[in-house]
Design a protein around this ligand. Structure first.
Ligand SMILES: Nc1ncnc2c1ncn2[C@@H]1O[C@H](COP(=O)(O)OP(=O)(O)OP(=O)(O)O)[C@@H](O)[C@H]1O
Ligand SMILES: [Mg+2]
Length: 242
C-alpha cells in the first residue's frame, strides 16, 4: 500500500510564514492529586512549536508525554506555568478561561490521534471522519471524502472500524483529526499498534502535513522513530532533558 499524497484544493491550508508559535509553554507543571497523594507529572517544561514544525516528544513510560499532550490539547489544565495555544493564553496566569472557551479553541485548532484509534464502532469510516464536524455546524462531506482519499482509503468509506485493518483504522483517525483544519496535531504513540510498513506510511503522511504548515507533536518511546524526526524533545520524569 502506498499512501497517495495529492494536493487538493482546500484540503489543507498553505504553510504559514513562520512567526507566531502554535504552542508556547513556559514553566508548565502538572500535579495530579489523588486524595492526599500528589504526583508531579510535569515539573516545569519550556517548549515552543512553530507552524510546520514536526517535533517528537520522546520519553520512557511515565515520563509525562500524555500529560504534556493533554495540556497542549486543552484536555486538562496546568497546575502552574504559562501556556499559549494558537495565540490563546490558557495557562495558570491567563485569568479565567472557561471550559467552553477551551472546547472551542480545541475544536478549532487541535487534532488528536491515539494509539487505540478510538473510532466509533457503529459508524462508517466516512461518518467517523465527519464526526468532529457535528459540533461545528458546518458538515462538509466532500472534505471528509477528500481526506479519506488522501489517506488512501477512498475504497473503504462505508466500512465500519471492525471491517478495517489496524493501519486502515489509524488512517481513518488521521483523516478525522484533520477534518476541522487544525493548526496543531497531537499524536500519542500513533504507530504503537501498527506494523513497520504502515507505521512508515503514517510517518510519511505526517511529514507531508508538516510541510504544509501543520505543527505536529508526536509522543513516543520508540527511539528509532524519534531518530527520523527533525526535532526531538526528550522528557525524563517530568523534565525536558534535551
Ligand atoms: N490522571 C492521573 N492521575 C494521577 N496520576 C496520573 C494521571 N495521569 C498520569 N499520572 C501519572 O503521571 C505520570 C506521567 O504519566 P503520563 O501518562 O504522562 O506518562 P507517559 O509518558 O505518557 O507514559 P506512557 O509511555 O506509559 O504512556 C505517571 O507517573 C502517571 O502514573
Ligand atoms: Mg502516555
Amino acid at each position: 500500500m502506498t499512501m497517495k499524497i495529492t494536493a487538493q484544493p482546500g484540503a489543507m491550508r498553505p504553510a504559514r510564514d513562520g512567526g507566531e508559535p502554535v504552542v508556547k509553554a513556559e514553566g508548565l507543571a502538572k500535579v495530579y492529586r489523588r486524595g492526599t497523594e500528589e504526583i508531579r507529572a510535569l515539573k516545569g517544561i519550556d517548549v515552543t512549536i512553530g507552524p510546520g514544525e514536526f517535533v517528537c516528544l520522546l520519553g520512557h513510560s511515565g515520563a509525562g508525554k500524555t500529560t504534556t499532550l493533554n495540556l497542549f490539547g486543552l484536555m486538562d489544565r496546568p497546575t502552574e506555568g504559562d501556556l499559549e495555544v494558537v495565540g490563546h493564553a490558557v495557562g495558570e496566569g491567563a485569568g479565567r478561561v472557561t471550559e467552553d472557551d477551551l472546547d472551542r479553541i480545541r475544536r478549532d485548532n487541535v487534532g488528536f490521534i491515539f494509539q487505540q484509534f478510538y473510532l466509533m464502532p457503529t459508524l462508517s469510516a466516512l461518518e467517523n471522519v465527519e464526526m468532529p464536524q457535528l459540533w461545528t455546524g458546518k458538515a462538509d462531506r466532500t472534505r471528509a471524502k477528500d481526506l479519506l482519499e488522501r489517506v488512501g482509503l477512498s475504497h473503504r468509506t462505508t466500512h465500519r472500524p471492525s471491517e478495517l485493518s489496524g493501519g486502515e483504522q489509524q488512517r481513518v483517525a488521521v483523516a478525522r483529526a484533520l477534518i476541522n483544519e487544525p493548526k496543531l496535531l497531537l499524536a500519542d504513540e500513533p504507530t504503537g499498534n501498527l506494523d513497520t510498513r504502515t507505521r512508515d506510511d503514517i510517518f510519511t503522511l505526517f511529514q507531508e502535513l508538516a510541510g504544509e504548515g501543520l505543527a505536529i507533536l508526536l509522543a513516543t518511546h520508540d527511539v528509532e522513530l524519534a531518530e527520523r524526526v527533525g526535532r526531538v524533545v526528550r522528557l525524563e520524569e517530568g523534565r525536558v532533558v534535551e
